[in-house]
Design a protein around this ligand. Sequence first.
Ligand SMILES: [Zn+2]
Length: 325
Amino acid sequence: MNHSNSSRKIGFVAESDSSRGAERPIAVVSPPLATQSNALTVDVEDYFQVEAFAGSIKREDWELKPRRVDKNTDRLLDIFAEAGVTGTFFTLGWVAQRHPELVKRIVAEGHELASHGSDHYRADQQTQEEFRRDVRRSKALLEDIGGVNVRGYRAPTFSIGSRTAWAYTILAEEGFHYSSSVYPIAHDLYGEPDAPRHPFCPRPGFIEIPLTTVRIFGYNMPTAGGGYFRLLPYRLSRGALRKARQELGKPCIFYIHPWEIDPGQPRETSAPRLSRFRHYCNLAHTEDRLRRLLRDFSWSRVDRTFIDGAATLPLFESWLKPLSQ
Ligand SMILES: [Zn+2]
């Protein structure tokens, strides 16, 4: 069953493209901030598929690695159920194919099923044709297994940026309604610090929800999870998230991977030191911190937080580079 043609209309008015290059904020009518949940997201992939190990683990060896994504995602689902929260699971096609029961559980427990692509190829390292095939295949697979419409996409390694604006056109053409693939920070593997920090329309009718950042000493600091959440003391992460929420005047978006709550995962000794530090830092503390985070803030799915019932968002094209450049 393919639901790509049964997509619901998203609840905002798309602006026309008449003033290309201009940022045009438009009055946004939304409920008071204090009553809005933040968006909780999971990138469903295994420990050997991360970008930090791309240089030391070959793709052809993925099949040889003991998989732990099923048990770890089940554990996350248990933790979410205990906390009474729902979120969005950006699920890799590779994982869905091998663990369809996981996809079914995600849907059955009220979470939003979304796509993390098929094989964890970065958007900015694929041709447009390859990207289209990758996202189309993942959407069809997830919809077949999950029996729901898949509207959201997160690029592996936050790899959509100002030079890959074509990805938004392809995602919209393939029936996606939103992406959460931009991280407005400076980082060696991803990110663009001059990217918009607020949700915006990169093209009419399509929404990008950048990962949450906070301004500190004139820089955008990551506040959305991942290695920083494991590295910093929990109280700092909580304070930064509160500050970001105030600054942005909008809900935040947070992400976690199943392998981040798994201190028992096999160690990849051949990877560079920095990669190992990033990947293994404080794995034993993450579950406890996550439980506190779920208690300290209110959480929901991305579609319910940012898409359904949303008012008009600004069309923002000035950051995107035209294809001719
Ligand atoms: Zn990923």
